[in-house]
Design a protein around this ligand. Structure first.
Ligand SMILES: [Zn+2]
Length: 454
């Protein structure tokens, strides 16, 4: 897949400005003041608009974050991000979401930042739904979303420059910073994650390569997501030896879902099952479902099944994320308890796109308008692509069960796909999904379902 014009994403030409020649002559040791401009080109999926002025605003706020970091680390002091060319929209040149490795490969083939609908995969599956961004560690081209399901507008707006910088850092070769919970490069980022250390600043300034860079070949293909995680709050909770209420826990955004934290709510399984069906918690149903995956029992599966089978009027991205998490949660429970395949047949049904198209109703119902979710309602085209994504997630959930009969069925799918008279691109996509399912099944069976999210 080609990406159109040869737009350059990262400026390869740092401008070294000797601001005062006489001063430099007088002080031979004085370091050059280096201005480095990262030029960013932006392409957005057509139904997720972003304007030149919005991009300029995000880049200006990102530049301000670097300037702030420059107060402690000179290398960050004169860095800026600028828009390169006008933003352009795409329809089919790039994937509208990142669902699997194939989508990610296409995103990387073009150096521009892509604004996509959702990120369900970034190196591994994302247990509670989606990520804010996904980038290759060392490479070009990354994807971001504009809204995180369930989060308010102000939060999403605040996060955009942080996410963009975080992903840019990955493309420059930076890995996650596991030391400082407020680091811009922390695995879990929130509106307060703005700290860059000296080595990180030097990488942003183009004056050094990452010190602890992973093997180049591996780094080039290893994607990293921008998680969101209120790490600092969780640390404080642990320090106080207290635990947030279940309701508080599920309201927190998590990209890498904290399975150990979730396990602490095992005694509140029934409450979690109630909350899953409670319209007031609709925006957080992804975290409820992921929690149920960790603490649920055999009796939880019919609750998750009911959730998957419920009709959704005016679906939003949060509803899709929740259903994505619920399909995986069923597989996780089935794996942990070694349940027979009959217990989770719903995942076989849900592998059919029609299962979702029948239930996700994009037009408003005549009565009982749901509360304003302040999130855009998906249109018919969105529902169609979301249904495809959910069908894939159901297949993954099915594989994660690790049940022996499931492997037999996946192998049957493989034979069918090989012999089917279907268009080659579809065949290839199916083959990849089947190959992935076999690997998920193997990992889940041997290492446990939780391993597939790590
Ligand atoms: Zn990251």
């Amino acid at each position: 897949m080609t990406g159109g014009g040869r737009l350059v994403f990262l400026s390869a030409t740092p401008a070294v400005l000797m601001l005062s020649t006489s001063l430099c002559l007088a002080q031979a040791e004085a370091p050059a003041i280096t201005a480095y401009i990262h030029n960013i080109c932006v392409k957005h999926f057509h139904s997720i608009p972003i304007t030149d002025s919005e991009v300029d605003d995000i880049l200006a706020r990102a530049t301000a974050i670097l300037a702030q970091a420059g107060q402690n680390n000179a290398a960050c002091g004169d860095l800026s991000l600028k828009r390169r060319d006008s933003v352009t929209s795409f329809t089919s040149e790039f994937p509208e979401r990142i669902r699997d490795e194939l989508d990610f490969t296409q995103i990387k083939q073009d150096p521009c930042l892509k604004v996509v609908k959702r990120i369900l995969w970034c190196g591994t599956l994302l247990q509670s739904g989606g990520a804010l961004g996904c980038a290759p560690v060392s490479g070009t081209g990354f994807a971001v979303v504009r809204r995180y399901p369930g989060m308010p507008d102000a939060w999403n707006t605040s996060m955009e420059p942080i996410t963009w910088l975080h992903e840019l850092g990955h493309t420059l070769g930076l890995s996650h910073n596991d030391v400082d919970s407020l680091a811009l490069m922390a695995a879990g980022i929130d509106v307060g994650n703005r700290v860059l250390n000296g080595p990180e600043c030097r990488v942003f300034a183009g004056t050094s390569v990452p010190a602890a860079a992973p093997l180049a070949a591996q780094a080039a293909i290893l994607p990293a997501e921008a998680g969101i995680d209120l790490t600092q709050v969780e640390k404080r909770d642990r320090d106080k030896a207290t635990r947030p209420s279940l309701q508080e826990f599920i309201r927190r955004p998590h990209s890498r879902f904290p399975q150990e934290e979730a396990a602490r709510y095992a005694g509140e399984k029934l409450l979690a099952e109630q909350l899953l069906m409670d319209p007031k918690y609709r925006n957080f149903a992804n975290n409820i479902a992921a929690t149920l995956g960790v603490i649920g029992t055999r009796d939880t599966i019919p609750v998750l099944e009911q959730f998957l089978k419920s009709e959704v009027h005016r679906p939003t991205e949060a509803d899709i994320t929740a259903r994505s998490a619920a399909t995986l949660a069923i597989g996780v429970i089935a794996n942990r308890l070694g349940l027979p395949v009959d217990d989770f047949r719903v995942l076989r049904e849900a592998q059919n796109t029609d299962f979702w198209l029948d239930r996700l109703e994009p037009t408003p119902p005549s009565t009982n308008q749901p509360p304003d979710l302040s999130e855009p309602v998906l249109d018919a085209a969105d529902v169609e692509s979301a249904s495809e994504d959910l069908a894939v997630q159901a297949y993954r959930g099915y594989a994660i069960s690790g049940a022996p009969e499931v492997l037999e069925e996946i192998k049957k799918d493989e034979l069918e796909n090989d012999s089917a008279a279907i268009p080659e691109p579809t065949k290839k996509r199916n083959a990849l999904a089947i190959e992935e399912a076999i690997e998920l099944h193997r990992m889940s069976k041997t290492l446990g379902a939780s391993s597939v999210f790590k």
